[in-house]
Design a protein around this ligand. Structure first.
Ligand code: PLP
Length: 378
């Protein structure tokens, strides 16, 4: 099969770029002296998980139980579910534990810790620390930290692992030095929380931090045991804008077809709109604003001038340029590829990756999981 045979919009993956991104982050984790527990919420693919761990299964992070079930079905047994556990989901956690998966859940409230402690079959738990994003998590100085640690440590059948944090406020920063400061926020908060637990006589074998910008820009990770970047595997225009990768490293693009010429307003319309690209405008307001995505030649992957998707409807994407449109190069039916703003959101609408090989050849298809539904054990 060839790229030109695909129905559009379609998600296209360049495996050599993926492998290089994975290799770079493995080397980074090694240099920082921490275990790599890649977050699979972006890629949602066991094949990509294997690339992240150079061909084998290993520790991973997930953001939904659907992902945990999908990875478990493909033989992954060390999974951190890094969203505060809803007590009503503990039966699903226990079912995975019963299948031999070490599924670690996180809590930031005493009621949740008690629910975990009382739920037979729950295996492993951590407390989430807030290091400045103010999404979820508690301060390392909050007495609730030790209270939760004690409840989890003393519960029968539950292993209390330690603490984790996520410096999501790195996404409000655009300068490497500011990213490095958020990385230090992550490290210092998590380490302080670990110290508070140990001072109270509790174990804390895991001190977990991570995002792609902080993993890239951290100066050191003393006291930390693992990091959890995820978007680095595929990359996107926000990450290239903040220096986590270059735009040439972005491994995943959306293939789209030209469907209309709007010559009176110098616009081309493609069949990839808000659903196919997502409406995440994470580059908005930055010096590297890329609209809803930058436009590439479908075969060479080279940028087509300054062509950019600047407006979207559900199934229409409007491409504009400061220069006259290359109408002849992009007739109705022509293919383009679009670099995504935020790949986690863009990829979420697709069930598969098409692996792009030499000369536009499609060398294979890798499936993804999506959504929140319970996946039956296989
Ligand atoms: N850990 C947690 C808890 C997260 O929520 C995320 C992303 O949202 C990550 C790790 C991975 O960060 P990134 O998407 O920057 O790679």
């Amino acid at each position: 099969m060839h790229l030109t045979d695909l129905q559009t919009p379609a998600l296209v993956l360049e495996p050599h770029k993926l492998r290089a991104n994975a290799e770079r982050m493995r080397a980074r984790a090694e240099a920082l002296g921490v275990r790599l527990r890649p977050h699979m919420k972006t890629a949602k693919s066991h094949d990509i998980g294997k690339v992240a761990h150079s061909g084998v299964t290993g520790p991973i992070t997930v953001a939904t139980l659907n992902e945990a079930e999908y990875f478990a079905a493909h033989g992954w047994t060390d999974v951190l579910y890094a969203v505060c556990i809803a007590p009503g989901k503990l039966d699903r956690v226990a079912a995975l534990t019963a299948r031999g998966v070490k599924l670690t859940v996180i809590v930031d409230a005493l009621e949740a810790a008690q629910a975990v402690a009382e739920h037979a079959g729950t295996h492993s738990a951590m407390v989430e620390i807030d290091c400045g994003e103010d999404r979820t998590g508690i301060s390392p100085d909050d007495p609730a930290l030790v209270a939760m640690g004690r409840v989890l440590h003393t519960a029968a059948g539950c292993t209390f692992e330690g603490v984790m944090t996520h410096g999501g406020h790195s996404y409000s920063e655009h300068e490497p030095s500011a990213m490095a400061q958020v990385a230090e926020d992550e490290r210092a908060h998590a380490v302080r929380a670990g110290d508070a637990l140990r001072a109270a006589g509790l174990p804390c074998s895991t001190v977990s931090v991570g995002s792609t910008p902080t993993a890239t820009h951290a100066r050191h990770l003393e006291g930390v045991t693992e990091m959890r970047p995820g978007v680095y595997l595929l990359g996107d225009l926000f990450q290239s804008g903040v220096g986590s990768c270059t735009s040439a490293d972005i491994a995943c693009t959306v293939l789209a077809t030209v469907i209309s010429h709007r010559r009176h307003s110098n616009r081309i319309v493609v069949d990839a709109g808000g659903l196919a690209l997502s409406k995440d405008r994470s580059t908005a307001g930055t010096p590297f604003d890329a609209g809803y995505g930058l436009v590439l030649d479908a075969l060479t992957g080279q940028p087509l001038g300054d062509l950019c998707v600047t407006s979207v409807h559900q199934e229409h994407g409007e491409i504009t340029s400061r220069d006259p449109m290359p109408w002849k190069a992009l007739p109705i039916g022509a293919l383009v590829r679009i670099l995504p703003n935020h790949i986690c959101m863009t990829a979420a609408m697709y069930e598969r990756y098409h692996l792009l090989g030499h000369g536009g050849q499609i060398d294979g298809i890798w499936t993804r999981t999506n959504g929140w539904a319970e996946r039956p054990a296989q």
